[in-house]
Design a protein around this ligand. Structure first.
Ligand SMILES: C[S@@+](CC[C@H](N)C(=O)[O-])C[C@H]1O[C@@H](n2cnc3c(N)ncnc32)[C@H](O)[C@@H]1O
Length: 659
């Protein structure tokens, strides 16, 4: 029997809303963004896919609530949890699995109903005690009023030896371009902060000169690898606001660190070695992305944090056990995700006054990047400034949970803006939350939407045969994102912040991601085959559909999917293509990036009677056409019997080489 998605998917509508959502996914799905995760799909796209699984036509419209009550939806590679959040809102029971603990913890925290007032009270207590312990190290004297004030962030330059000379390299000597065009800059000789056209009176200085990165070439510069990473940075500027001014007049003040400021840094450094962090617990695990660290003499995640940042983590770890499990989970994830904005890998993008937020966060490139001008944020700064706990609690928890109680959707078309403001409509009757259960047996049709979370490799799903109605997922796109490797940056801390919350010891080699050029053999095909075989085992045969999104230029990725799908016994029913990526995202800007996803709909091969023609060629220039043609070619490949694994790769290689 067919289901609506077999023949119908409103691609135009999907593209319109995805093109808007892709720019600000967390605005459209605030409850799915508690913790950093990579490569999230658009919630609107997955809502549309799930809506085409709804049997009752009256409930199939995008803005109509529900439609999947009593159904069981599985996402075996759930990541940021997009499928779970979309399906539970439509009334379904949802099962999410992931090898990685962060996806499981995040789904548990964001899908579990919590008393927001209780969570806010606990956060206030946690924040107040944490601030009491940590903020003394982030104090300074306001250069205007002489009053004590909190540091918002500190800018550093990196030590280098250039042509045998000790220097300090920065992105730019210009710290700020104000809207009136005036500037705030650094004196390259004595490092003083200068306003606009002011000329620095200094003539000589015993300080290493400041050089702009554009003034040096990488051959000239020598990195002092003996020194721990965080010590390679020299504090140059403290950024704060004058406590004596009215809030509205509180412009940013750029101050050269004085003796008191340097003493506070030294005090924190002196405490560093007494902190209970066993280096072995933070040793860098070999991986495709983490191997960017070792050649730079970084062998331990502790080295990526300043001593004040370690004090922040130490006190957070000390304070968490006083809270109950649900609260502890939310606050632990909040501290963990704050590390993306509170590490010495953070860069500075506050030069242009118009640009929002000063912090270039750690993983803005889906990889590690090493700033010249590093930014050490103050995580307990008492304002909702970028990357502070106050801001993250507001945006990632408070806004998320309020939205979860009243989910809203962007209205597209003629009524898309009201008085120039984007128009969102509440989907009355939907809730982005449910009850956690421990087995699929508890997911009965009459029961309110529930969720079951499984941490582990989905090559072995702890689920009975034929137990789920639909599988909707988005596997790792071959080698695009090294999830387990990148997640180690947070994992090493989460196992101290939330020791009982997850299985922290597990085999990251089970991560179904191609390791690219790493000398280790790729297990992508083998692991995808194992996961797809489990999908076939647990999928209900009658009307069961296995649906996932995918895109990649590399024929190896498509060949791996072909082998895995065929071994599992799936055939392609249909495919659609939808916009998926934000073209100006820094991690794809300037690269020949695919901006679309193929939505691939499979069913057990014995039930598929579609005959796929081999496409005459695959369009290699247009992202949308490329994904569409690859979908067609995949459909045809899955119907070619007796084609061995090598031949499958050869055929894909030939097709994507334009032969
Ligand atoms: C592309 S992400 C999913 C993103 C998700 N759809 C979203 O929108 O947020 C793929 C996920 O597969 C997970 N994964 C990789 N290997 C796995 C395995 N063997 N078993 C289960 N999950 C795995 C990764 O940890 C990652 O979270």
């Amino acid at each position: 029997m067919t289901i609506p998605l077999d023949t119908d998917f409103d691609t135009d509508f999907a593209n319109q809303i995805a093109q808007l959502e892709a720019y600000n996914k967390h605005h459209y799905r605030p409850n799915s963004y508690l913790h950093k995760w990579w490569a999230r799909r658009c919630g609107s796209t997955f809502r549309l896919i799930l809506k085409q699984l709804v049997a009752d036509e009256a409930q199939r419209d995008y803005y109509t609530p529900g439609g999947l009550a009593g159904k069981i939806i599985l996402d075996p590679m759930m990541g940021g949890g997009t499928t779970l959040h979309e399906a539970i809102r439509l009334g379904a029971h949802v099962i999410g699995a992931d090898l990685e603990p962060i996806p499981v913890l995040q789904a548990r925290a964001t899908l579990t109903k919590v008393d927001l007032a209780e969570l806010e009270r606990a956060y206030k207590r946690f924040y107040t005690e944490l601030r009491k312990a940590v903020s003394p190290y982030f104090q300074t004297i306001c250069p205007e009023s002489g009053l004590a004030t909190a540091v918002n962030y500190t800018l550093y330059g990196v030590r280098r030896i250039c042509n045998g000379r000790d220097v300090i390299v920065v992105d730019s000597l210009v710290l700020r371009v104000e809207t009136d065009g005036s500037t705030i800059r650094l004196c390259p000789r004595c490092h003083a902060v200068l306003w606009d056209t002011a000329v620095c009176p200094c003539d000589v200085s015993d300080k290493p000169p400041l050089l702009e990165k554009s003034a040096i070439s990488s051959e000239d510069e020598v990195n002092d690898l003996e020194r721990p990473f965080y010590q390679r940075y020299v504090p140059l500027v403290l950024v704060t606001r004058c406590p004596g001014r009215a809030d509205t007049a509180k412009r940013l003040l750029f101050k050269t660190p004085d003796a008191h400021d340097l003493a506070l840094l030294a005090e924190a450094d002196a405490l560093r070695s007494s902190l209970p962090f066993a280096p072995a617990d933070f040793a860098i695990e070999p991986g495709r992305k983490s191997r960017q660290l070792t050649p730079r003499g970084i062998h331990n995640y502790l080295d990526l944090f300043s001593s004040r940042q370690l004090l922040y983590l130490h006190h957070a770890i000390q304070l968490l056990p006083q809270f109950d499990e649900k609260i502890r989970l939310n606050l632990g994830l909040l501290v963990s995700t704050s590390l993306e904005f509170n590490a010495m890998l953070c860069g500075y993008k506050g030069k242009n006054r118009r640009r929002a937020g000063a912090i270039r966060h750690t993983f803005s490139h889906h990889a590690y990047s090493f700033p010249y001008t590093a930014l050490e944020n103050n995580p307990v700064y008492p304002r909702q400034a970028s990357g502070t706990l106050a801001k993250l609690f507001q945006s990632r928890i408070r806004n998320g949970r309020l939205w979860a109680q009243k989910p809203r959707e962007r209205v597209i078309g003629k009524r898309s803006t009201v008085n120039g403001k984007q128009y969102f409509v509440e989907i009355v009757g939907e809730r982005d939350s449910g009850v956690e259960v421990r087995s699929v047996a508890e997911m009965t049709p009459d029961r309110e939407p529930s969720f079951l979370l499984l941490q582990g490799s989905s090559t072995q799903l702890d689920l009975p045969d034929r137990s789920v109605d639909f599988i909707v997922t988005d596997p790792p796109y071959f080698d695009s994102v090294q999830y387990s490797d990148l997640a180690a940056f947070f994992r090493v801390w989460l196992r101290h912040l939330l020791p009982e919350a997850a299985q922290w010891a597990y085999d990251t080699q089970e991560s179904a991601v191609d390791p690219h050029q790493l000398d280790s053999e790729s297990r992508y095909t083998e692991l995808m085959s194992g996961i797809f075989a489990e999908c076939k085992r647990v999928l209900r045969e009658e009307n069961g559909r296995f649906i996932f999104t995918f895109h990649h230029w590399n024929p190896k990725g498509w060949a791996a999917l072909t082998v895995a799908l065929r071994q599992a016994g799936f055939a392609l029913v249909t495919r659609y293509v939808v916009h998926s990526e934000n073209p100006i995202s820094v991690h794809i800007t300037g690269m020949k990036a695919l901006l679309h996803d193929a939505i691939l709909v499979f069913a057990p091969a014995e039930s598929v009677n579609v005959v796929w023609e081999r496409p005459s060629h695959i369009n290699l220039t247009d992202s949308e056409r490329f994904c569409y043609d690859c979908g067609t070619f995949l459909g045809w490949m899955l119907q070619q019997d007796g084609v061995g694994e090598t031949a499958v790769l050869d055929l894909w290689q030939a097709a994507l080489d334009g032969e």
